[in-house]
Every structure is written in C-alpha cells, then in structure tokens.
Design a protein around this ligand. Structure first.
Ligand code: ARG
Length: 427
C-alpha cells in the first residue's frame, strides 16, 4: 500500500514536473457523485481536475476525455467531496489518557501528530479543525503539511485551548505542590483577551475555549459552567475583532446557552442541551459539533487507555443524553457539523461516526453534508472547499458502493485526492 501511494504520487507529480508549460489534467469517472450543495446524486459523473482545482463536473456520456489526461475509472464507486472533521486532536494519542499522558512531552506529541495526520488523510478526511494542542504543535504540523514535508489534511488550528484555572482546559492531575497549569489558563476578561492575542501571534486560525466542565478532565463537573458571561463575551469579541471564528467546549446546559449568547461560531459536545439552547442556536445560526461516536470507545476501551474512573462515570451519564439531544437538535433544524474528538479515540476511525449520525436522526445526505459543505461554511471556506464543484480545490474521495444506502461504507474510503494529487488509491 505504502509503495503504491509513493508510486502514484511520483506518477502524478512527475507529470506536473515534465509538462510544467501545460496544465496537469486528471479525469475521474465513477458510478455516482454526491452533490452536497443540492442534496442530489449525479449518476455516471465525469470530473475534470486541472492542477489542484476542479475544472468541470459533468456526465460521462456528454463529455470527452481531454487528451493527455490521467484517467481514474472508479467503477462501482461513489465520489464525495473530501471529508471534513471539525473536532480533532491530531497530536493526542488515544492509548494514553489520564496519568499516562503526563509522560508525553510537547515534542513527542508533535511527532505523534505526524503519524495521525497521515492516518486521518487516508481515512478520507482532507480537512480538519484541530481544537486544542499543547505548545502550538498543531501550528507546526499544519505548516509541515502545507510545506509538503509530511502527508496530512488541511488543518485549521487553535493552539492551546483557553480555560479557567482548574477547569476542563487546565490540567488538574497533580496536587498543589507541582504548581502545574495548562498554558491556555486565563481568568478575567482582559486575561482571556490576552490569550486570544497570544494564540493568534503564534499561528492560530481559530479560537477554542472551554465553557463548561468535561468528561476527561479530573475534578470538573461536566454540567457546570466555567467562565462568566462577561469572560465568554470577551473571548468571542476579541476573536471576531481579529477575524477568527470561535469553538466552545460545552456539555452543560447553562454554559451552552451563555456561549451562544456570546456569539460563538460552534458549540462542541452540546450534551446536556435544553429547548432554550436549541432556540438560541437557531436564532444565532450557531453550529453544533456533537461527537456521538466517542462514547463507545471511552466506555469500551477507555479504562485500559488510562481514563480515570470518575471520567468513565461522567461518560455514562453524558453519552446517552448527548445522543438523545443530537436527535432533538437535528429535528429542530440546528446547523450541524461533523466533529469526532478523534485523539480521544484512534485517528483514522473518524468515519465510524457517520453510521451513528444516521442512527440518531439524520438522513444519510444530512450526515454527508455535516462533513462537507457545512464545515466549509463554518470555516468560511465555502468558495474553496466542501463540494465537488467547478472552481473549488480538488479534494475528492471515493467509496465502493452507495453510502446513501449504507453509511458504514464511509469507514472504508478507497481513494483520496487532495489538492488534485492522488494520495490513496485502492481498487
Ligand atoms: N473531550 C470531551 C470531554 O472530555 C470528550 C467527551 C466525550 N463524550 C461524549 N459523550 N461526547 O469532555
């Protein structure tokens, strides 16, 4: 497989090198194409990619294959836009939780991220939003990918998550004697503004903060608000002033609502949502990113990975409520994006969430839109990403069969094209 990827990359890059005067053309045919913008299916599509951009999308019987083009015939397969996961932690290792994670240095986390970036891309995720990483390891990884040093998805990164002293985004594993604080800890409106500015200075594309307690943090109450309304208002105002979007970690009912009122762009987890929270999200146009697969990993393999007993207890409450509220939010018409929290569970397994999204209330098309056009819009990248449309970047994946009939197919992406380069191809 590895050799095959390398060969393909050389083949396609090679053409680019030797015919630099001409555009590099790639033609892709398949049985069907999912048009996530119209919500329709295009049968027997033919897509022409010129360099890194989609040039034409049409029907096979109405279009000629341009001379000199590389042709990829994906018989029996479905073409989809490159998948987008709005909640990952590429520099986190799912086998190291709780006290095990204390032994992972920042440079070690960065190196782990290289492996996870490739796994994520090979699973069909050509874009991710990385919401929380130590020491700006996410910025380094994003830049290494963009420079072509390592293989991985397009990354939109937050740097260290911002949070209150002793909150979900602090590290509370060690007693007072160690004087340990996470680097995103800030209290008070001006301190949080300073953290936003610092994250921007070191390369953040988006701001992530913790608005309530969490499952995996020691000693936090999952339903309880962290940050006052005043502090949340300050984070969001400062980020928006600088042109960045904001993602808030919020499980708790009050924290979800305070963050929406503050104007966040997306709420993560959204487990203990109430009707008023749904109303507010609809009014403000807030996106929900609900990680409804991860509960299965936490309760199944979490203990072995070092997840604390108190976290397992919290998860038993939160997971069930979150799935029920996912269904309510979907039915109410809240804007949804695919966010998995991969890093808590193994990278590359991101796609497992698709089948759950359908089981808990989405139509198959809605689940695919949540991982393509919706995140592109949330990231304000809808002119470049999120659908297979002329003029957009050529991020395209394929699965065998029809995912609208079987969402589990999304767990085995066969072909991945990123920026017009075929990085994975399996018959
Ligand atoms: N990072 C999140 C937290 O610690 C994970 C929550 C996972 N549970 C869930 N049901 N989504 O709070």
């Amino acid at each position: 497989m590895k050799i095959r990827v390398a060969l393909l990359a050389t083949l396609f890059l090679g053409i680019g090198l030797f015919s630099s005067a001409h555009a590099k053309l790639l033609v892709i045919t398949a049985d069907r194409l999912i048009d996530v913008e119209s919500g329709e299916v295009l049968e027997r599509p033919l897509v022409i990619v010129e360099n890194n951009v989609i040039k034409t999308v049409g029907k096979q019987n109405r279009m000629a294959i341009p001379e000199g083009a590389q042709v990829l015939n994906l018989e029996g397969q479905t073409l989809l836009p490159g998948l987008m996961d709005m909640h990952v932690h590429l520099t986190s290792d799912a086998t190291k939780h709780g006290y095990k994670r204390l032994a992972v240095s920042v440079p070690r986390a960065a190196i782990t991220g290289v492996k996870h970036a490739e796994k994520t891309l090979m699973a069909g995720f050509t874009t991710v939003r990385n919401v929380g990483a130590p020491g700006f390891t996410d910025v380094a990884l994003r830049d290494a990918i963009n420079d072509g040093d390592v293989l991985g998805p397009k990354m939109f990164v937050s740097g260290p998550s911002i949070g209150v002293t002793g909150g979900h985004c602090d590290n509370n594993l060690l007693p007072y004697d160690y004087h340990q604080y996470s680097e995103g800890v800030a209290d008070g409106p001006w301190e949080v503004r300073e953290k936003v500015r610092r994250n921007i200075k070191y390369g953040a594309d988006v701001i992530k903060f913790c608005g309530t307690g969490g499952v995996l943090s020691k000693g936090t109450k999952v339903g309880v608000q962290q940050y006052s309304q005043e502090e949340m208002d300050a984070v969001v105002a400062e980020a928006h002033l600088r042109g960045l979007t904001v993602a808030v970690h919020a499980h708790g009912t009050d924290g979800i609502k305070a963050a929406i009122k503050a104007g966040v762009d997306s709420v993560e987890h959204v487990s203990l949502l109430d009707d008023e929270g749904i109303e507010l999200a609809l009014q403000h146009g807030t996106y929900f990113s609900m990680d409804i697969y991860v509960t299965e990993y936490i309760l199944g393999e979490g203990e072995q990975a070092g997840i604390l007993q108190e976290s397992l207890d919290k998860e038993r409450v939160v997971g069930t409520r979150q799935r029920a509220n996912f269904e309510k939010a979907v039915n109410a018409g809240v804007k949804m994006v695919f966010g998995s929290d991969a890093g808590v569970y193994p990278h590359g397994d991101n796609g497992k969430q698709f089948a759950r999204m359908v089981r808990f209330g989405m139509t198959p098309m809605q689940a695919l839109q949540a991982a393509t056009i919706n995140p592109a819009t949330l990231l304000k990248q809808q002119d470049k990403l999120g659908s297979i449309s002329a003029g957009k970047l050529a991020d395209i994946v394929a699965v065998k069969g029809n995912p609208l009939e079987d969402m589990a197919l999304m767990e085995s992406v066969t072909t991945v094209i990123k920026d017009g380069v075929v990085v994975k191809y399996a018959e």
